[in-house]
Design a protein around this ligand. Structure first.
Ligand code: FES
Ligand SMILES: [Fe+2]
Length: 411
């Protein structure tokens, strides 16, 4: 079997040479604008996507030692992630089983016990309730039944994921082919270089959409990504569960790309495929990352309401141990921030267009199909019977998902 990287590179060649979409590829129906503007659709997403999908809560850094904890509240619910004495990372609602106060108030730290800051009910790092002051005053308290309520928490490649659905499939099954494909990136060996948060006045999907295609590169990013990459030489890969990959050939030998910068760090475990191509992944629903051998950001998109999104950029790079941070990052970070600023420029105006009612739907082309795939998956999560018919997207792309035997070999 040809490895996935070879297949994708052949696909890039094919894409750059073609003159029309592949034969038989279906024209994609419009994506109804109401999906970005209607409260009822937002509520359906909250219930069926955000509360039932594996969601990346960030890198494991700061949570690797027994007793280290971090609060995670990007989904609205207060969640506490903590490393147990047995070495296992767990997540709980940060909600005391006495009267619902937050158990922990600090955003991160290290502790031996989880003592509620209100009346000192005390929980072990595994969530069991072990101490109640003046226990005699509670007539029928069964401590065994009042432990912290657990949230599913699993770690893959140094990234922490949580899922509020107790019956969710294991994380690795959810990630599917991404597990093997991204094993070479060794994310757990990287360290956090920088984090930055942006507030954008648009629905979360409008923000994510902007990172799922390269059609806009030449016009929106003419001085950075537009000259670094060849947007016509780009191969989209659809994966099960709404995930996807976008591999775009770099314009190398002009010194424009990060891998060519002087003193660029190098993640040696990554094959040259990633040096020749910019390869961005979308882990459904809200994780976007253009992985680079130099180090790279992960972008996490958090709905803050129907019309507001937080974009969190967490930059990861090879560890520089005790020395100074490589100067490379002083070059990389401003360029990447400029790219993000350019991407964000259109988003509030797009939301205004959608809200005006003048713009009723998105027209998606063949090379933008990862956007359509995201929307299809949202509907699969919500369930065909629950999606208001006028907002549904027709399911048309399943036949174009990469199969393990021939990833990238189909359209
Ligand atoms: S609410 Fe936590 S001890 Fe009372
Ligand atoms: Fe962009």
């Amino acid at each position: 079997m040809t490895d996935v990287f070879t297949t994708v590179e052949q696909r890039i060649d094919w894409e750059s040479a073609r003159t029309e979409p592949p034969e038989g590829f279906p024209p994609l129906p419009e994506i109804p604008g109401g999906r970005y503007t209607r409260e009822d659709f937002y509520d359906l997403e909250q219930a069926h996507v955000w509360k039932r999908s594996w969601i990346c809560a960030g890198p494991e850094e700061g949570l690797t030692t027994v007793g280290q904890y971090r609060l995670f509240d990007k989904l609205g619910a207060p969640i506490l992630i903590v490393r147990g004495k047995d070495g296992k990372l767990r997540a709980f609602y940060n909600t005391c089983r006495h009267r619902g106060a937050p158990v922990v108030r600090e955003r991160e730290g290290r502790t031996t016990l989880l003592r509620c800051q209100y009346h000192s009910w005390t929980y072990g790092l595994d969530g069991h309730l072990i101490g109640v002051p003046d226990e005699r005053d509670f007539a029928c308290l069964d401590k065994g039944e009042r432990g912290l309520v657990e949230v599913r928490c699993e770690v893959w490649n140094g990234l922490v994921f949580i899922n509020q659905n107790p019956d969710a499939e294991p994380l690795r099954e959810y990630l599917g082919p991404l597990v093997d494909e991204l094993a070479c990136v060794d994310i757990q060996g990287l360290r956090v270089v920088h984090t930055q948060s942006y507030l954008i006045d648009c629905n979360w999907k409008a923000a994510v959409d902007a990172f799922l295609e390269v059609y806009h590169l030449n016009t929106i990013h003419p001085t950075n990504a537009g000259i670094m990459l060849n947007s016509r030489a780009s191969a989209m890969g659809l994966m099960p569960r709404g995930h996807s990959r976008m591999a775009t050939r770099k314009n190398l030998n002009k010194g424009l790309n990060f891998v060519e910068f002087e003193g660029a760090p190098d993640i040696a475990s990554m094959p040259d495929f990633y040096r020749r191509n910019n390869v961005a992944y979308n882990i459904f629903p809200n994780f976007v990352s253009p992985v680079e051998p130099t180090g790279f950001p992960i972008l996490l998109f958090w709905p803050r309401g129907l019309r507001q999104t937080e974009m969190e950029a967490i930059y990861l790079g090879p560890d520089w141990q005790d020395g100074p941070r490589p100067a490379f990052w002083d070059r990389f970070l401003p360029i990447f921030d400029a790219v993000l600023q350019e991407d964000m420029m259109n988003l509030a105006p797009i939301q205004a267009s959608l809200d005006s009612g003048a713009f009723t739907g998105m027209m998606i082309n063949y090379q933008e199909r990862r956007i359509y795939w995201l929307h299809e998956e949202i509907d699969r999560c919500i369930g065909a019977d629950n999606v208001p018919p006028e907002l549904a997207v027709k399911q048309v792309l399943s036949d174009y998902v990469e199969t393990p035997a021939a990833q990238g070999a189909d359209a």
